[in-house]
Ligand binder design. Structure first.
Ligand code: PEP
Ligand code: MG
Length: 316
């Protein structure tokens, strides 16, 4: 009974009927690693590397990056660590990385992976540092690119990862075009991670930094659930894992619905892990699937959430 109690608080994510849903942490800097370990993260599902590049006159040297990446890998021996390549631009501007021209709409500009087309040397050094950090590591390193819109971009990134000696290259699904064409992206990439923050922003044309548009940013919006479902199905059809690493994964009720939509792992700010672990443990995968179906059958975010709640008793 004591073992079961510990597993319920700290153990791996699984539904009541034992279907595994690995629970991973979003990490934005070294200070987040302790929080991830204390809350029983099984690994890192999103390592935001931007912090290394902030307040700099130029990109950090390969050795400095390698040390930072090794610190994350060393924290999770035997676990999985998903590192996102630099996601510069828009809400994460960097002084030393300039776009081709001034941009009136930076969120729609040269950001994320697009920035690497302009500054290929920044990508090359980052991938080389990641490959060096993975040497001799006991953790399983996966690398993914932000803001991928097309299968061509996914192929380009995956080829660069392979050239650097990295075995696993994935893409974030956070642009509607990528979700709509998830099947062809799944043939180009090894895994998906859905970024619900940006996917909501771009699906609803609602700036994530404008508080007045929070209703359109609501991850319960049925249109967003549809895109997540399509992405998870395409991933599964191609034998690819599909995680969620946006804020949506941190809501226990929505986390169950995401599992029901076919999402295979959930990554979140570490303090949300215990509540999500408990929510999954209290419901079968079948119940999660029914809740997901009920939510998608609704016309509004409010009704979608209410429908999920009535299918998953005990969650609010
Ligand atoms: C997202 O867009 O959902 C995401 C996880 O990435 P970020 O919030 O860092 O853009
Ligand atoms: Mg994003």
């Amino acid at each position: 009974a004591r073992q079961a109690a510990i597993a319920a608080v700290r153990g791996p994510g699984r539904t009541k009927d034992g279907h595994p849903v690995p629970l991973l942490a979003n990490v934005g800097g070294p200070e987040d690693l302790d929080r991830a370990l204390v809350n029983g993260a099984e690994g890192v599902g999103l390592y935001r590397t931007e912090f290394l590049f902030l307040d700099r006159a130029q990109a950090p040297a390969l050795e400095e990056q390698e040390d930072a990446y090794r610190a994350v890998l060393d924290a999770f021996p035997g676990g999985k660590v998903v590192v996102r390549t630099l996601d510069a631009g828009a809400d994460k501007p960097l002084a030393f990385l300039k776009t081709s021209a001034p941009e009136p709409n930076p969120a729609l500009g040269e950001r994320g992976l697009r920035m690497f087309k302009l500054h290929p040397e920044v990508m090359a050094v980052q991938l080389a540092a990641l490959a060096a950090a993975a040497q001799g590591s006991e953790a399983e390193l996966h690398v993914m690119a932000p803001m991928v819109a097309t299968a061509d971009e996914a192929r380009w990134f995956a080829a660069a990862c392979r050239a650097a000696g990295l075995p696993s290259a994935g893409v974030m699904i956070e642009v509607p075009a990528a979700a709509l064409r998830a099947d062809s992206l799944a043939q180009a990439a090894d895994f998906f991670s859905i970024g619900t923050n940006d996917l909501a922003q771009y699906t609803f044309a609602a700036d994530r930094q404008v508080g007045a548009l929070a209703g359109l940013q609501d991850p319960w919006q049925p249109a967003l659930l549809d895109l997540i479902a399509a992405t998870a199905t395409a991933a599964s059809d191609n034998g690819r894992p599909c995680g969620v690493c946006g804020e949506a994964a941190a809501d226990p009720l929505l986390a169950c619905v995401l599992a029901g939509l076919g999402v295979t792992s959930l990554s979140m700010g570490a303090t949300a892990l215990p509540a999500v672990r408990a929510a999954l443990a209290a419901h079968t995968l079948g119940e999660c699937e029914l809740a997901a179906q009920a939510a998608r059958g609704q016309q509004t975010a409010l009704h979608a959430k209410a429908a999920a709640r009535s299918n998953l008793p005990g969650l609010s």
